[in-house]
Design a protein around this ligand. Structure first.
Ligand code: MG
Length: 269
């Protein structure tokens, strides 16, 4: 079962898909459907998936990322693998959906992709041990994430706010898988069709439940919050016009293009 968001005749809707049936609901029902999708099954308006234009599937209160969780990636950038999960935040304002443009800021000369598997919280938790987490059913969904990084700014600054936090630096989607969490997901990233990253979550130093328990000791996790779990080796620069895809056969394909920062829409309201 998959949940996500899209535009249908200019209105934002939630969709719930199961096999070849897709139904839509009012957006305000998102958290209720996220927690109990079975209650809503066959209750929505049936549509053809092609009628929707996809948006980011979640609107999180925060995105808590894990850095250097794959040994081969830590090594390629000359970093040791940490003894504890290395955490940082990306602002929710950096989120974009499938097929939306990643904008290349003028302040960087080295914009890179990082394909990742991301957990999506379906319930609120705080200070939960790994043992407690394993007893909670329907705690996670899973999706794809591109932890877009201005590598030069990340290296230059003491905190990673600029390197990780620009608008459009958090492509996510195309939907959230609500089936019980698997222990292993294949993850690969393609740049203009060439495979650049190829790994599996079994190579993560800190596994899903370790990460979530660790984060929950620090902060309350809310439904819809996103936890990207790190990137494997193979990160590389992107340029304007590039097509980047994060792929997992168990989840789907997250596809985005890189465009010039000039394409942004300045806004004062
Ligand atoms: Mg990352």
């Amino acid at each position: 079962m998959r949940i996500g968001r899209g535009k249908l005749e200019k209105k934002t809707v939630v969709f719930l898909s199961r096999k070849d049936r897709t139904e839509v609901f009012q957006d305000r029902l998102f958290n209720s459907i996220l927690e109990n999708p079975l209650e809503f099954q066959s209750q929505g308006e049936k549509i053809e998936p092609g009628e929707l234009s996809l948006m980011a599937p979640v609107v999180p209160s925060k995105i808590v990322c894990v850095g250097r969780n794959y040994q081969d990636h830590a090594k390629e950038l000359g970093n040791p693998i940490p003894d504890e999960p290395l955490l940082f935040l990306k602002p929710p304002s950096s989120i974009i959906g499938p097929n939306q443009p990643i904008l290349y800021p003028p302040s960087t000369a080295n914009l890179q992709f990082e394909g990742e598997i991301a957990l999506v919280m379906r319930k609120r938790i705080r200070q939960a041990s790994v043992k407690e987490i394993t007893t909670i059913s329907n705690l996670f969904g899973v999706t794809l994430f591109n932890d877009v990084t201005a590598r030069d700014l990340q290296r230059k600054d003491k905190t990673w706010l600029r390197g990780k936090g620009h608008d459009t630096f958090a492509p996510i989607g195309p939907h959230v898988i609500l089936s019980p969490l698997e222990t292993e997901y294949d993850i690969l990233t393609k740049l203009n069709g060439d495979i650049m990253q190829k790994s599996n979550t079994r190579h993560m130093k800190f596994q899903f439940l370790d990460i979530v328990s660790y984060v929950s000791e620090i902060m309350t996790l809310e439904p819809g919050d996103v936890i990207p779990t790190g990137t494997p080796a193979g990160v590389a620069p992107m340029k304007i016009g590039d097509h980047v895809e994060v792929v997992s056969p168990q989840i789907g394909v997250l596809s985005n293009y890189v465009e010039s920062w000039d394409q942004r829409t300045p806004l004062i309201t």
